[in-house]
Design a protein around this ligand. Structure first.
Ligand SMILES: [Zn+2]
Ligand SMILES: [Zn+2]
Length: 426
């Protein structure tokens, strides 16, 4: 074990957690925001020999969010460079002040706000460490097989007779996150694309959970495993309405995910069908609504499933939804002529220097899905890159639900039990 200490004091604490890195993001000021995701050490000692399918409900996910500054960042990354380490860390948490302050969140679905704590040490577990091996075995995809093209195509068939005559992409206002559907002209969702919303310190940007419409939709495509793309489903999973997800089909990418997502994966699998996109050999799948494209990057954002919604009977014929992927990691884009686009990653800057935005064709419709947060989405440089590429007809989800069409058809005729009526169209 290689250990970094953040205090010289002798700290007596038995608050130990086994965590993985959900995210490390470097901002313009050189701060490195991190989010650790894990479980209590003593919980794992008790449950490690069991099957996660049996005990996933008993997992309490903990999150630790903070910033590495200067020297601490260097030390942490030096630790990372040593190639014999697993993806797991053992951290000790205390209320006594150390050099590494964090905000601790617990996902028990209470309305608990984050609390300030301190990390006194971080130890990297080597790949051959027995606990790391146990963690890899426990939190694994091993009960899921990859799906083949035929199974996926079957799951995308929609019994609704309207499906191929007219459909469009609808993008809903869920605060800092993403929730979309391919919908009929009167806004009945046929397939959902992501189930997200504002969460954790951005949950105030998504104050009321959107009531979904399952009149027709049976299938949910998940772009990638980030909570801002899953928050609506997570909230449902703590209510009786979780039943509405029963026997639905989720199409998901297999990604290297930390324990809170593993818990949710098994929670979904307990009531729904989970189809895992094959790791190799299927780069794109055409279906009545358009294409699903497997992204080729490395991070969760860049290695998920992007969506192209195509409909020749709509005024806007080809819309690209990259979710959070950089355009350079989405193959085949030069084979399309897009006249609709959703800004990637909520309007964040993207690699490389915001270059390679798809060029708009004839018409220039772009939607931004975000809330006003300290992230400052959408970023000015990113907006400029889109404008330069011709994407000037702009709608923002902060102003309400968006439909990629000219037809001002705003209602959803499903009996008034959902919150998916449209506020804006192009
Ligand atoms: Zn996102
Ligand atoms: Zn993401």
């Amino acid at each position: 074990m290689l250990t970094l200490n953040f205090t010289e004091k002798q700290i007596i604490t038995d608050e130990k957690f086994l965590v993985g890195i959900d995210e490390i993001e470097t901002d313009e000021n050189g701060l490195n925001e991190f989010l650790l995701d894990g479980v209590e050490y003593k919980w794992f000692q008790e449950f490690q020999t069991q099957d996660i399918r049996q005990v996933y409900e008993k997992i309490t996910p903990y999150f630790f969010e903070g910033e590495f500054k200067g020297e601490i960042h260097k030390r942490f990354f030096n630790l990372q460079k040593i190639g014999i380490l697993s993806r797991w860390f053992l951290i000790t948490i205390t209320d006594q002040k150390t050099d590494l302050k964090v905000t601790q969140y617990v996902d028990n679905n209470g309305n608990s706000e984050g609390i300030v704590r301190y990390i006194s040490s971080i130890s990297s577990l080597r790949t051959n460490n027995p606990t790391a091996l146990q963690l890899d075995t426990f939190f694994s995809w091993k009960s899921f097989e990859f799906t083949n093209e035929e199974q996926l195509s079957k799951a995308l068939i929609n019994s609704d007779s309207q499906q191929s005559k007219f459909h469009k992409l609808n993008v809903y206002n869920v605060g800092q996150g993403s929730l979309c559907s391919i919908a009929t002209d009167d806004n009945i969702p046929l397939i959902y694309y992501d189930m997200g919303g504002g969460w954790r310190f951005f949950k105030h940007t998504y104050p009321v959970t959107k009531r979904l419409c399952f009149t027709v939709a049976n299938t949910i495509i998940l772009s990638h495993w980030d909570w801002d793309h899953l928050e609506t489903a997570r909230r449902y999973s703590y209510t009786p309405d979780w039943e509405k997800f029963r026997d639905k089909t989720w199409i998901v990418p297999k990604q290297n995910i930390t324990s809170s997502y593993m818990k949710f994966l098994y929670k979904i699998a307990a009531i729904s069908n989970v189809l895992v996109w094959p790791e190799f050999g299927l780069d794109r799948l055409a279906f009545w609504g358009g294409d699903i494209i497997k992204c080729r990057g490395f991070s969760k954002n860049d290695s998920g499933l992007a969506l192209v919604v195509s409909c020749n009977n709509n005024h806007i014929t080809n819309v690209l939804h990259p979710a959070d992927a950089a355009f350079k990691d989405i193959p085949f884009l030069n084979e399309y002529t897009f006249d609709g686009l959703v800004a990637t990653h909520h309007g964040a800057n993207f690699e490389i220097n915001n270059s390679d935005v798809p060029i708009s064709f004839d018409k220039y419709h772009i939607a931004y899905s975000y809330a006003h947060t300290r992230y400052g989405h959408p970023k000015t440089a990113a907006i400029n890159a889109y404008v330069t590429a011709g994407w000037v007809e702009r709608l923002d989800t902060v102003n309400g639900n968006i439909s990629f069409t000219y037809v001002n058809n705003i209602n959803v005729p499903c009996g008034g039990n959902c919150d998916l009526t449209i506020d804006q169209s192009f």
